[in-house]
Design a protein around this ligand. Structure first.
Ligand code: PSU
Ligand code: MN
Length: 305
């Protein structure tokens, strides 16, 4: 392993696992502070850490607290991230500012990947990736998650991307950036709430060992950057595309009416979809994160050997 960066504060549990080469799974915090309502968010964060442990890996939830990048959090930290109104959404461009100011920040996929890599963690579990927003040819709104995937050696387990994004353009961009997109156990790329998206799986894998083999091959070849693993939501938790697509269209229209753009776009859309579905989308979201935690722990074990 690499020596962790001196600016990070790593819990003893995570530091010991990294030192011994035992499996560690990073978890993000924007999903807690800006992706789900309280108190379901803190319940989800706590439960997911437990799932990672049950499946033989050490969880490391990542955030910036009082300006300190933290690798591994305790129950009070999770409660703060879930309930405190003043936690900034922090992508890579925001990291220097929250550190310099000594404030709290919830890290996105991009910022979590960067801090995970600095700590020596190479597997990271989340719900959905950021990507190319609909209308991006006009707005230029392309998530920094994609840029980060092109340069930071971390495997990110998700349920694909929501159709609040332009899924086709997101897959094109990932191809341009040289990022392998592996779909677990399916020939179709999943769209978060739905197992289908209308887009074929760029590459299919079946099981954690196959993912670990791709990670080794990529990095042994010296190809910098991450790997996307997209796992379709479990069948019993799926919201069919025909049902969710109209709701997403409604949320996008409401966002346009309110003039919401930039970093506020994704949190607004996630919250609005929960409102319109009366919480059904939140139930599905939590279910897919649970499934991703199981797979992520298995990948971390397979990669650790
Ligand atoms: N997609 C989801 N849930 C989320 C996010 C994305 O389904 O919580 C969060 C992740 O933290 C992701 C971020 O990195 O939103 C992307 O934000 P933006 O589109 O502003 O880059
Ligand atoms: Mn954006």
């Amino acid at each position: 392993m690499t020596t962790p960066h001196p600016m990070l504060r790593i819990t003893d549990e995570v530091a010991a696992a990294l030192r011994d080469g035992r499996p560690v799974v990073a978890l993000e915090s924007t999903i807690i502070s800006h992706g789900m309502p309280y108190p379901q968010n803190v319940a989800m964060a706590t439960e997911v850490e437990g799932i990672v442990r049950e499946h033989g890996a050490v969880p490391a939830t990542i955030a910036v607290l009082d300006g300190v990048p933290r690798i591994g959090l305790d129950a009070d930290d999770l409660e703060l991230l879930a309930s405190h109104g003043g936690v900034a959404k922090v992508s890579v461009r925001d990291l220097p500012y929250v550190v310099a100011r000594g404030v709290h920040g919830a890290t996105t996929v991009a910022a979590t990947m960067r801090l995970a890599a600095l700590a020596g963690i190479c597997v990271f579990v989340t719900g959905g990736l950021g990507g190319v927003h609909r209308g991006a040819p006009e707005s230029f709104d392309v998530s920094a998650d994609l840029t980060e995937l092109s340069q930071t050696d971390v495997t990110v387990v998700s349920a694909g991307v929501k159709s609040i994004l332009d899924i086709g353009l997101t897959l094109e961009k990932l191809e341009t950036l040289g990022v392998p997109v592996l779909v677990e156990g399916s020939d179709e790329f999943p769209s978060f709430f739905s197992r289908s998206s209308g887009f074929a799986a760029p590459m299919r894998v079946d099981g954690a060992e196959q993912v670990a083999a791709v990670m080794r091959a990529k990095w042994d070849l010296g190809i910098a950057g991450g790997v996307v693993v997209a796992q379709p939501i479990p069948v019993e938790d799926e919201i069919p595309a025909a049902e969710i697509n109209g709701i997403i269209a409604q949320a996008l229209a409401d966002m346009d009416d309110l003039g919401i753009t930039g970093k506020d776009a994704t949190p607004y859309l996630l919250g609005r979809i929960v409102e319109i579905t009366g919480g059904a989308s939140l139930t599905a979201n939590i279910a897919l994160v649970r499934a991703n935690a199981r797979l992520g722990a298995a990948i971390a074990r397979a990669y650790a050997g």
